[in-house]
Design a protein around this ligand. Structure first.
Ligand code: PHE
Length: 466
C-alpha cells in the first residue's frame, strides 16, 4: 500500500522537502520585517523559544500521525480516532486550499519581479501599487506558477517533490549566502545589522509576542496537516524527532539569514538612517528594486534577479506542499488518480484565488471587501487579507490546538511515544519527555487561547493582546 502512494527515498530528501514547505514567503518576506518592528534580537529570542518549545512538539506529532497511518490528514484522523475527528483533517485540507489560493498570487508577484529584474526594470519598485492592480499580467504569472507547482506534484513524491526540493533547497541556500556576503560589503551594512539584531526589550509588547507565535506557526507549516501528509511518505527507519529538529533549525536559519541579507541592503539605500523603511509587502517589493538599481545596471540585474529567483524557489517548495495536502486527500479517500487530482485541484485553487488577485485594486468591492480589525484599526480589508485571517491566522492555530488535543487525549500519548521510538533506538529520553508534557498541556492550551484571541481581535475588534 505504502508503495502505491509513493514515498521519500532518502532521509535527507524528506528533510529538504519538509524544510522546503516551511521555508517560504513567510521567511524571506515577513520575518525580517517583523524582527525589525518587534525589537530586533528580542523578537528573535521569543521566536526561537516558540519554535522549539511550542511548535516542535506539534511538528513531531504531525509527522508521527502521518507515518503511523500512511494516510492524508482526513484519513489519518479517521483511522486513529473516530470518524468525527476527520473534521480536523477536513479543516486542514480547506486551509491548504485557501492558503494556496492567495499565496500563489504573491508568488506571482515574485515571479513577475524576477522577469522585471532580468530586463533591468528597477522602476517597478516605485510602481508596486500599480503593478499589483494589473490582474491580467499577475494572473498569467500566477497561472504559470501554479502550473509549475502542479507539474512537480503530479510527478509524485520521489520523482516530483523530493527531487525538486533536493535541487531547489541547496540552490536557495547558496544564493542566500552569496547575497549576504555581497550585502556585508556595502556601506552602512553594520547599521542595518544593528537595526536588525540589537535587542530592544522595550519594544516587546503583548502584540509582539503574539505575532512571534503566529509567525512561528505559519512559518513551520503547522496546523493544517502538511506534515501529516509528508510524514505519511516517510520510512520507519527515520528518526522523527531528529528530522523535526533539523526541519525547524533549517527554517529558523533561513529566516535569520534573510534578515542578514535584507537589512544591509536597506541600510545602504537609506545611507544608514534606516528611516522611512517600508514594512510588510513594501519592504521587499517596493524598497529592494531601488537598492538593486543603485548597484549599477549590470550588477543590479544580477543581484536583483538572484534575489527574486530565490524568493520564487522559496515559494515553490511551499506551494508544492500546500497542493499535496488536498491532492493526497483525493488520491487516498476518493481514489482519484494522482495526475487528475493534481491538475483538477490546481485549476480549482487558481479559480478560488481570482478574487484575491482582483482585490488588490482592480475591483473595488474586493479591494475593500469587509471590515476587520487590522493593525489595531477597524477598517476595510482586501479579500486576500480576509482569506488570510480565516485560513492562516485562525485555522492554523486552531488546527494545532486540535491536533495536540487529539494526540494527547484521543490517540493517546503512549501511541505517540511508540511511533516516535521507531527509528530512534538509543535516542535521548528528555526530548520525548518534553514532547509528552508539551502536547498534554502547553500546546493545546496556548494554541487554543491564541485562536480565541485572534477571532475576537480580527472579526470582533475586541483586542485582548495589544
Ligand atoms: N511555511 C510557509 C511559509 O513560510 C507557508 C506554509 C504554511 C506552507 C502552511 C505550507 C503550509 O511561507
Amino acid at each position: 500500500m505504502a508503495t502505491d502512494r509513493g514515498h521519500f527515498n532518502t532521509r535527507i530528501g524528506f528533510i529538504l522537502a519538509a524544510a522546503g514547505s516551511a521555508v517560504g514567503l513567510g521567511n524571506i518576506w515577513k520575518f525580517p520585517f517583523e524582527v525589525g518592528e518587534g525589537g530586533g534580537a528580542a523578537f528573535v529570542v521569543i521566536y526561537l523559544a516558540f519554535c522549539f518549545l511550542l511548535c516542535f512538539p506539534v511538528m513531531v506529532s504531525e509527522i508521527a500521525i502521518g507515518r503511523k497511518t500512511n494516510l492524508n490528514p482526513v484519513g489519518a484522523f479517521k483511522k486513529l480516532g473516530h470518524k468525527n475527528w476527520a473534521v480536523i483533517g477536513f479543516m486542514g485540507v480547506l486551509a491548504g486550499v485557501l492558503i494556496l489560493s492567495f499565496y500563489n498570487v504573491v508568488a506571482g508577484w515574485a515571479f513577475g519581479y524576477f522577469l522585471e529584474m532580468i530586463q533591468g526594470n528597477f522602476g517597478i519598485g516605485e510602481e508596486f501599487g500599480t503593478f499589483i492592480t494589473d490582474w491580467q499580467k499577475i494572473g498569467l504569472y500566477g497561472l504559470v506558477f501554479m502550473a509549475i507547482t502542479a507539474f512537480i506534484v503530479s510527478r509524485g513524491i520521489h520523482d516530483g517533490i523530493e527531487r525538486a526540493a533536493t535541487i531547489l533547497m541547496p540552490t536557495l541556500f547558496l544564493m542566500i549566502i552569496g547575497l549576504i556576503i555581497y550585502a556585508m560589503t556595502l556601506d552602512g551594512a553594520s547599521v542595518g545589522i544593528k537595526y536588525y539584531l540589537v535587542p530592544d526589550f522595550s519594544e516587546i509588547t503583548g502584540e509582539v509576542v503574539y505575532s512571534a507565535l503566529g509567525q512561528a506557526f505559519f512559518s513551520l507549516s503547522l496546523g493544517m496537516g502538511a506534515l501529516i501528509t509528508y510524514g505519511s511518505y516517510v520510512s520507519k527507519k527515520q528518526d522523527i524527532v531528529k528530522s523535526a529538529a533539523l526541519i525547524t533549525l533549517t527554517d529558523v536559519s533561513i529566516a535569520f539569514l534573510a534578515g542578514l541579507m535584507i537589512f544591509p541592503f536597506v541600510a545602504y539605500l537609506t545611507q544608514g538612517t534606516m528611516e522611512g523603511v517600508d514594512g510588510g509587502a513594501g519592504l521587499i517589493f517596493a524598497t529592494l528594486p531601488g537598492v538593486f538599481e543603485s548597484f549599477g545596471p549590470n550588477l543590479g540585474v544580477v543581484v536583483g534577479a538572484l534575489f527574486f529567483l530565490l524568493l520564487c524557489f522559496a515559494a515553490l517548495t511551499s506551494t508544492v506542499s500546500l497542493l499535496e495536502v488536498p491532492v493526497s486527500y483525493l488520491v487516498d479517500e476518493k481514489k482519484i488518480k494522482r495526475p487528475v487530482a493534481v491538475w483538477g485541484m490546481a485549476a480549482l485553487i487558481f479559480i478560488i484565488g481570482i478574487p484575491s488577485l482582483l482585490g488588490n485594486g482592480s475591483v473595488d468591492s474586493l479591494t475593500q471587501f469587509v471590515q476587520m480589525n487590522k493593525n489595531a484599526e477597524w477598517q476595510y480589508v482586501t479579500f486576500m487579507d480576509f482569506v488570510e485571517a480565516i485560513a492562516s491566522d485562525t485555522f492554523l492555530p486552531l488546527g494545532g490546538a486540535l491536533i495536540s488535543f487529539f494526540v494527547a487525549y484521543v490517540w493517546k500519548k503512549h501511541n505517540l511515544n511508540a511511533e516516535i521510538a521507531i527509528g530512534r533506538e538509543g535516542g535521548s529520553q528528555w526530548v520525548a519527555k518534553y514532547i509528552d508534557f508539551a502536547i498534554t498541556f502547553f500546546c493545546p492550551v496556548i494554541l487554543g487561547l491564541i485562536t480565541v484571541v485572534t477571532i475576537l481581535d480580527r472579526f470582533f475588534g475586541i483586542v485582548l493582546i495589544g
